[in-house]
Design a binder for this molecule. Sequence first.
Ligand code: BEZ
Ligand code: FE
Length: 274
Amino acid sequence: MTLTATPQTIATETTLPAGNARLNAIVDDVQAALIEVIRKHRVTDEEYRDATLWLMNAGTQHLEIPLMLDVFLAQAVDDLNHQITEGTDCNVEGPVYVAGAPELDAPCVLPQRADEPGTRLVFSGTVRSCDGTPLVDTLLDVWQANGAGEYSHFNPDVPEYNLRGKLRTDADGRFEFATVIPSEYPIPLGGSTGQLLAAMGRTGIRPGHIHFKLSHPAAQPLTTQIYFEGDPYLHNDVVGAAKDSLVVSPVHGVDDQGRPAATCSFDFFLSPVS
Ligand code: BEZ
Ligand code: FE
């Protein structure tokens, strides 16, 4: 007789009344999905051992597990939990958010060095509720990489809170800040996630983007990212997060000192609190 252990028989045998039913259902389904993959691809003993070692190594590296989850799964969780028919699309927070960015006063300039890599950019727009009412005093928590793909706190050469700041909308729901256009950049590739992506033949690159967390007492909070038209990685994002609805078209010119400069604008719409 052949004994075939299915997730169902395992679950029936191990579930006690005190067990968390939802957790049981999810873990059973994860197990069933992985068993399906093992069977479909006829995973060998050696591949199973390699996967175990890879996971063990990832677990010893600071922030590697959250990075790996963010690369492969976070956008799916985000999309599922923000299936709103109206309002600006959400986008994954990612692993490089840092709380405590400085509050900026108008005219807002994201903290940056005099020679910050990247084309100067003035980013403006409005925050409104879905019926078009301006949302006065919305808090925008903004963070981004520079034009060399570097984030503060994750690159030792970049000062703390560089290109990170908080600002608020004015009495008309308007905001504006000066910054630089962020370039595309590779996610941190020095650990197990990078090792896996390299073995798969992937570049691990994200298109340039600016991260936003918006909050207002009368609206649902929104975490999203804004991308730039013409970026070659828009449709080749390692995280698969870039969405057409979140792409702006910068207008290029020169600033008052004759340096290359650009402007762009985006209007955010927040869903009402339910
Ligand atoms: C980011 O945008 O910073 C990011 C998002 C997901 C995974 C890695 C990085
Ligand atoms: Fe990012």
